[in-house]
Design a protein around this ligand. Structure first.
Ligand SMILES: *[C@@H]1O[C@H](CO)[C@@H](O)[C@H](O)[C@H]1NC(C)=O
Ligand SMILES: *[C@@H]1O[C@H](CO)[C@@H](O)[C@H](O)[C@H]1NC(C)=O
Ligand SMILES: *[C@@H]1O[C@H](CO)[C@@H](O)[C@H](O)[C@H]1NC(C)=O
Ligand SMILES: *[C@@H]1O[C@H](CO)[C@@H](O)[C@H](O)[C@H]1NC(C)=O
Ligand SMILES: *[C@@H]1O[C@H](CO)[C@@H](O)[C@H](O)[C@H]1NC(C)=O
Ligand SMILES: [Fe+2]
Length: 714
């Protein structure tokens, strides 16, 4: 028992006798007791979810600003016969023999109850109300308002003492009570022991050192509720380790499995057209590769005359370059990476260079494709004037290369891994009371679980990369590390990225247009948030927790590569706002752009083949359109990939849209006003996108804020 004997009687006595007793004491020695006896009414809240309750005994202590504390009392044992049931509010009285000053911490400890299962408990929070003492009562003063100590976490008996502080967010330097400074340091110390870094692959951002959801624990995991999905038409092909025998066969499968998807149907109808190839570079599932170029890449072996037929009459390549109408796709990241062996057969990858021309009708069309980086006689440049099947196959090769870069660089690295780095750094370096911890966590928290699961299944032996994708387990770390080496901070910040790639002014790039609007709304929201807590650049410079946070991200995320341009410290508020906006954007909007779209564009397999069964062609003029099928993925790996993509496409039943928050800190005061403002701005963007899309043959919906999920949850 933790209750000290001398006070047990007071605590167990009914209220009236305590008051009588106190009154008696006050009479005897008024000067001592009136100041020493303090009484609190404490309410302990359990989350209303069905499994939140526990049988275990809860011990509670109040800690004051002067360093004093009350003896622990049990909320649900001894005199207090409450039960920690889901949704319950258990009210207990707590007395202090010493003057506590302000109550700054509530310490909780669970102790397994003899003979009962040791269940975890989901505490919603604790409310502490100081009751007026006798003198105040006589003077007619009323009860003071309750102070809230939010929790919203799972507590276990093995955790020992867990201390909650009130919900007011602040920076370390604004902390006035020593007890709270100590509490901050203790919290980070504990987190740093529990949450550590690990190298997942050489040259790739580090990940959290956990391999199971059990280690992650319930505080950081979530359940994604999804409705069932019908995979029956894809499941029937597990044995067919052979090519599709005809386009008719592929269409039969597609009509069972793509016909409800209007985008996929559109893709099937237009996948072989040149303008649609260019459209996908701007508005497809990977809008991050294409860039304007003013110079021809040295490795592309063309002379300008060859391209004249594909340029406007009277113009030349030099004029078009100068005008800014020439764009480039460069998949050099894939040069020389070892391709996978699938169904017992060696597969192939290429590292193409593609020139595209933006014509006066606003169409972006490919005009030259070289499938390997090093020029040479075995590496012809394909042109729109080549025989149809040759040109189509060259474009299909590019789409296959794009698939690899899309999955690993645009999707996994730039959203999933970046989110995990920021989440791990936040848990380790920013205490919960730090305003940026609270702002960021709703956007990054889910990355730990989803990435642990991805490393354990999709990216592991016998997972979909191993069995059905050209960059198998051997190429995966190579491509990821090359993508990391090429990852620049500027390319993660939308305004810089779009301007650097020269697509910010293309009105037919809906991605660019929508991305910029969403970025700007997020940036205003983040700036508003930062303004509440940081009064000047000085506050930023002196926030040692923040500085450790960014150093950790630079070290473990950008691997201390100075050319990445990732800040190593923050000097000003604008620098800080840009970085925080980038993190939120990548984990929400960018993930929506590269994830939502994948099923739509991949369902018609020839549009995005995951691997190629033959080496890149070295000659022209020997191919028929049906031959192309024998170069594309086998039946069973096609279906197995589509099953994975379909599962990943399940909308969550508990979907949280961008900038909607369930956490209490967003529900009042300045945070609430900022949230209302950004939500209104995002609604206006959604409405504009809806109006625009009504006029489009193929609507671009991925970046509409009402469809953007708040975090990377799948
Ligand atoms: C949940 O978080 C609290 C406070 O950070 C920690 O003490 C506790 O161990 C966590 N619970 C679990 C089950 O990991
Ligand atoms: C495809 O079939 C082959 C042969 O039956 C099998 O070894 C392979 O695992 C299958 N692949 C998938 C992805 O189901
Ligand atoms: C496959 O077809 C079934 C039935 O036609 C459909 O319910 C399912 O959503 C389809 N899958 C995809 C990924 O479109
Ligand atoms: C040109 O090709 C060579 C040989 O593959 C390669 O090493 C080099 O990086 C390429 N240059 C460019 C600019 O891509
Ligand atoms: C991923 O994309 C699918 C559609 O392809 C969508 O249903 C799902 O909600 C998306 N997930 C997120 C987190 O945006
Ligand atoms: Fe994802």
């Amino acid at each position: 028992m933790m209750i000290s004997n001398s006070n047990t009687e007071h605590r167990r006595a009914p209220l009236s006798s305590v008051h009588a007793n106190m009154w008696f004491c006050v009479c005897v020695c008024p000067s001592v007791m009136a100041s020493a006896m303090e009484e609190f009414q404490v309410t302990v809240h359990t989350l209303p979810a069905p499994t939140s309750g526990t049988y275990s005994i809860l011990w509670l202590t109040l800690i004051g600003s002067e360093g004093g504390e009350t003896p622990p009392i049990s909320v649900n044992a001894g005199a207090n016969q409450h039960h920690l049931l889901p949704g319950s509010a258990c009210v207990v009285r707590v007395w202090s023999e010493v003057a506590l000053g302000r109550v700054v911490l509530v310490r909780l400890r669970l102790e397994a109850r003899m003979g009962f299962p040791d269940l975890d408990w989901h505490c919603r929070g604790v409310e502490v109300r100081r009751l007026c003492d006798r003198q105040e009562e006589e003077a007619g003063l009323h009860h003071q308002g309750a102070e809230h100590f939010p929790c919203s976490r799972w507590l276990r008996s093995v955790d020992g003492d867990v201390e909650l502080r009130n919900g007011d967010l602040c920076l370390f330097n604004s902390e006035t009570v020593q007890t709270l400074k100590d509490h901050r340091l203790k919290e980070l110390h504990t987190k740093q022991q529990h949450i550590r870094w690990r190298t997942f692959a050489e040259g790739v951002p580090h990940c959290v050192d956990m391999t199971s959801l059990k280690e992650l624990g319930p505080n950081l995991s979530y359940t994604r509720q999804s409705p069932g999905i019908n995979l029956q038409y894809l499941r029937g092909f597990p044995e067919r380790a052979e090519s599709w025998s005809s386009f008719t066969e592929l269409e039969t499968m597609f009509s069972h499995n793509g016909s409800q998807n209007t985008v996929a149907k559109y893709v099937q109808a237009h996948w072989s057209e040149d303008w649609f190839f260019g459209y996908q570079c701007l508005n497809g599932c990977n809008p991050l590769m294409v860039r304007q170029t003013r110079l021809l890449p040295p490795n592309l072996s063309i002379n300008s005359d060859i391209l004249c037929p594909f340029l406007p009459d009277g113009s030349s390549l030099d004029q078009e370059l100068e005008r800014g109408s020439i764009f480039l796709l460069d998949y050099e990241m894939l040069e020389g990476v070892p391709a996978n062996v699938i169904n017992g057969k060696q597969q192939y990858l290429a590292a193409p260079l593609v020139l595209l021309h933006l014509n006066q009708q606003g169409e972006l069309k490919p005009i030259a494709i070289q499938l390997q980086q090093a020029p040479g006689p075995q590496n012809p440049v394909f042109l729109p004037s080549d025989p149809g099947p040759d040109w189509l196959l060259a474009k299909t090769w590019v789409r296959c290369s794009d698939f690899q870069c899309h999955q690993l660089s645009s999707h996994f690295l730039r959203t999933h891994l970046l989110g995990e780095v920021c989440c791990t750094a936040t848990l380790r370096q920013l205490p919960e009371v730090h305003p940026l911890h609270q702002l960021l966590m709703p956007h990054i928290k889910t990355t730990l679980q989803i990435n642990i699961q991805a490393r354990g299944s999709l990216l592991a032996a016998n997972g979909v990369f191993d069995k059905a994708i050209g960059c198998g387990l051997e190429a995966l770390p190579v491509i990821l590390s090359r993508a990391t080496e090429r990852l620049s901070y500027r390319s993660l910040c939308v305004p810089e990225d779009l301007a650097d790639r020269g697509i910010h002014t293309l009105k037919q790039c809906y991605y660019a247009h929508d991305a910029l609007r969403v970025w700007n709304a997020l940036h205003r929201f983040v700036s508003g948030w930062v303004d509440v807590y940081y009064h000047g650049d000085q506050d930023v410079k002196q926030d040692s927790e923040l500085q450790s946070w960014i150093t950790e991200i630079y070290t473990h995320g950008f691997l201390q590569l100075p050319h990445s341009g990732c800040p190593q410290s923050f000097q000003t508020k604008p620098e800080l706002c840009q970085f925080v906006t980038m993190v939120i954007y990548c984990c929400s909007a960018l993930h929506a752009a590269v994830n939502f779209s994948q099923v739509d564009f991949d369902l018609w397999m020839p549009n995005c083949p995951a691997y190629m069964t033959h080496p890149p062609p070295q000659t022209k003029g020997m191919l028929t359109e049906e031959d192309i099928l024998s170069i594309l993925p086998d039946v069973n790996s096609t279906c197995s990939l589509l099953i994975t993509l379909s599962l990943l496409s399940q909308p969550a039943a508990d979907y949280v849209p961008l900038c909607h928050y369930r956490e209490a800190v967003f529900s009042s005061g300045a945070p609430r006003r900022l949230v209302e403002k950004v939500q209104a701005e995002l609604r206006a963007i959604s409405d504009d996108i809806t109006d625009r899309n009504k006029k489009l043959e193929l609507p671009y919906e991925y970046m509409s804020p009402d469809r953007i999920e708040n975090s990377v949850a799948i």
